[in-house]
Design a protein around this ligand. Structure first.
Ligand code: PNS
Length: 163
């Protein structure tokens, strides 16, 4: 029996957006298994704790049975990918700015262990969505429906109101 083709979808996911979940969903159609790796820097405080980020991704991707979500603190992505026996890193690209940010990381990761990064073109209808813009819009009272799941929207509004 051949071993499953597994990819890793890394990110900060603070919080997961509909752009992220579109990429995860499409990766789940291309690979036997997808590990969504919540990569967090223990020295940096995010809007959500790593555990909260994981739970929000699990909720957003609940219908995908070949996707699991794991937390990795202060680790190099290539070490995580090796430990997971992932054959590729999968990332979404929203445009030229993303490409400029992602290309050096993809090349560095390939330099370190030979692992390839597979870029999926972002869905044009989701291209304007990022975790940071969603948080900014929400912080100023804007409507973030259609940018994140309802559960993420409610969690973010609760967080901004100091719960
Ligand atoms: O969602 P983000 O913040 O764009 O994701 C960036 C992330 C977490 C994938 C990247 O910063 C990363 O891989 N961090 C882990 C540490 C590491 O491997 N750094 C070297 C990258 S070449």
């Amino acid at each position: 029996m051949t071993s499953p083709r597994r990819c890793v979808c890394p990110g900060s996911y603070d919080p997961v957006t509909l752009g992220h979940s579109d990429v995860i969903r499409r990766a789940a159609g291309l690979y036997d298994e997808v590990v969504v790796a919540v990569m967090h820097n223990p020295a940096k405080r995010g809007t959500f704790t790593p555990e909260e980020r994981r739970d929000l991704i699990v909720d957003t991707c609940a219908d995908l049975d070949n996707v699991r979500v794991e937390l990795f603190a202060g680790r190099l992505l290539v070490d995580v990918a090796r430990e997971l026996e992932a054959t590729a890193i999968v990332k979404g690209l929203r445009g030229g700015t993303d490409f400029a940010y992602e290309l050096p990381m993809a090349l560095m990761n390939r330099h370190l262990t030979g692992i390839e990064t597979v870029f999926l073109p972002g869905d044009p209808s989701l291209e304007h969505i990022s975790s940071s813009l969603v948080k900014e819009v929400a912080a100023h009272g804007g409507d973030i429906s259609g940018l994140v799941s309802d559960r993420v929207r409610d969690a973010l509004l609760a967080r901004l109101q100091g719960e």
